[in-house]
Design a protein around this ligand. Sequence first.
Ligand code: FAD
Length: 434
Amino acid sequence: MAASGVARTSTAGPGPGVVVVGAGQGGTDTTAALRARGYSGPITLVSDETAMPYQRPPLSKGYLSGAVSGEDIELRSHSYFSALDIDLVRGDRAEKIDRDAQSVLLASGRRLPYEHLVLTTGARPRTLPVPGAELSGVLTLRGLDDAEELRERFARGRSLALVVIGAGFIGLELAATARKLGHEVTVVEALPRAIARAVTPEMSARLTAEHRRQGARILLRREVTALHGDGTGHVRVVELDGGERLPADLVVIGVGVLPNADLAVDAGLLVGDGVIVDQHLRTSDPAIHAIGDCARFPSPRAGRHIRLESVQNASGQARCVAAAVLGEAEPYTDVPWFWSEQYAMKLQIAGLTGDHDETVLTGDPDGGRFSVFCFRAGRLIGVESVNRPADHGIARRLLASGTDLSPHDVARPGFDLKTHPRESAQRTKEPNPV
Ligand code: FAD
């Protein structure tokens, strides 16, 4: 599906308009939201990738397994961009922002003037500072090219020995896909539990148990000290602390990402683990916004600046920025939500669960359908659900409206979130007994 060189999908117009740098989820959705809200000025969307803008979530799931094609994961088609008069520039990189002249210089030499600039440059995988990390067969997974390479290697070899370094979302999704394809999978994680930064210990334990049940080896509290290759420079062994040596045909490093903020740093914008923005997602220069994986924004839910890596966050912030460009700025306050798929477990998270001090587990964990309700100081802050989409949907609504749900409510025998809002409305109508 990828074309090469600089490709362009039509259009130019009067006035400088909006330039969006990065045509991933956030960038593509920004252009769509601008047109949906009636913005009629010129819009240019710049991508340093040659492929048409695509969704990343399938890269560790259906695209990797071969269940869906490149076309299936396109965010928008050629005809969409031309119909909406959006100038999609592919295979060209934004190299420099000239804030005084309000223009962006591309690697091709093209200069794009802007009235509003939106940075949606995403993030890149962290590297692993160990000897041998440069060997062939040591990969990361962020873009379509990475997924294509992995997919091809998975298809070429039978029962490959795959070592995944890092038990985060991407590492575990990749591990699940590889197991389903029949490969031998070992996941090595330095922390005491899987996805430790994003889910509760209960959820980590259930996910880890399922991976083990499916035949993956999950090694916790283990550090990789070196990777060793054969005579051809291809990785063959992953060495762990303590000297254990794991055979490896393929290694994927999934140890988190770094925000792509170099453009912003060079332009003198405020940056610190992401481009720092205000509640309207404006950078320290009011003509420039930043959203999605590259942006660090003040979250009213977390009570501090955070950076989120999710489709919901990129899309929600795209809508918020489009409103700001049209002079209808509102603070960004959307309830964060996220999903992941591993084997038959569809995990959905509503809210931010990291700061919880109390949890209540409901449902049927052994039957693979359950939810973990997370509270802080007695207030609901998030719900992690596995195969309970109704819990997830209702939790999002409750979190958005502010809720009276307490740990005591959830722990009551027979508690059902589906009937809870009705029940609590009923309770508030009933007169207090005297
Ligand atoms: P991106 O989508 O990464 O887009 C940024 C784009 O900017 C890239 O194309 C990049 O090449 C380009 N770019 C960078 N610098 C420049 C430059 N100087 N000039 C031009 N272009 C530039 N989220 C979920 O909610 N659920 C999931 O199940 C899920 N699964 C995932 C699986 C994988 C394998 C990956 C990698 C991510 C997954 N995510 C998931 C996260 C989600 O895809 C990201 O949070 C989302 O794509 C962020 O959108 P973005 O626009 O900020 O960045």
